[in-house]
Design a protein around this ligand. Sequence first.
Ligand code: CO8
Length: 258
Amino acid sequence: ITSEPNVLIEKRGRVTLLTLNRPHALNALNEATMNDLVAAATAADADPEVGAVVITGSAKAFAAGADIKEMAAKDYMEMYSSDWFRNWENLTRLRIPMIAAVSGFALGGGCELAMMCDFIIAGDNAKFGQPEINLGVLPGMGGSQRLTRAVGKAKAMDMILTGRMMNAEEAERSGLVARIVPADDVVEEAVQAAEVIASKSKPVAMIAKEAVNAAFETGLVQGVLFERRLFHSVFATEDQKEGMAAFVDKRTPEFKNR
Ligand code: CO8
């Protein structure tokens, strides 16, 4: 018997498209799927031919959460000793830009996975939620932290304490989602956005991502100083020379993408 892979890996030019592939379980994120997804994204991060990653699911579900059936019977020591789901941290340490293309349900760990990406493009059918409270637990893959940073305390408390879902419009209005597109186009739109990113200088894109992420970890004065130092540093790249020369010459820049 050949079993279906948990994650489909497709290279489209300079973009790697990673598709969660457990449709029978609405892409519930079990341990194997986490490991496969993190490994595939890590390989893309290390590949000089790849400039951006898109993570997506199916039309019905980006991912309906961590796999409840896999977790249900575990006791405290099993969770603690294995540091259950720690590997997700490795995804958030990657430097390559990552876009979540969300169609349908992004619930619990699915919403948290989308929020680990750099931004979310949502289909107009998307539904976001942290329904863990209904299972007698709480978000465990960063939801209480990243949702609060994305949408603020009021909405985060509302979502996490009641377990209700947000539709795409509310999610965009609240700052969780960058763009809403027709549901059928969500993967193509995300791949196109990723292609735009991948056409820029890869090191400069990675540095820009690092600068934005620093906004969540530092005070304003330190953050602005960090940005200025990074700004100075990109003058060591050929891509800065090419980008500015191309502007002056009124032509399209040809970044080395490396
Ligand atoms: N885990 C396992 N199986 C799931 C999950 C899940 N999260 N979600 C759906 N499935 C399965 C269903 O059991 C069903 O399987 P089967 O056909 O064998 O019965 C199949 O997928 C289809 O699902 P439904 O029949 O329920 O489909 P509906 O269209 O009726 O409903 C819903 C769709 C509303 C999305 C519904 O499936 C649902 O509520 N799912 C659970 C959502 C949820 O509670 N998510 C949070 C999970 S907990 C979590 O994510 C914690 C993350 C942090 C962990 C960190 C550890 C350190």
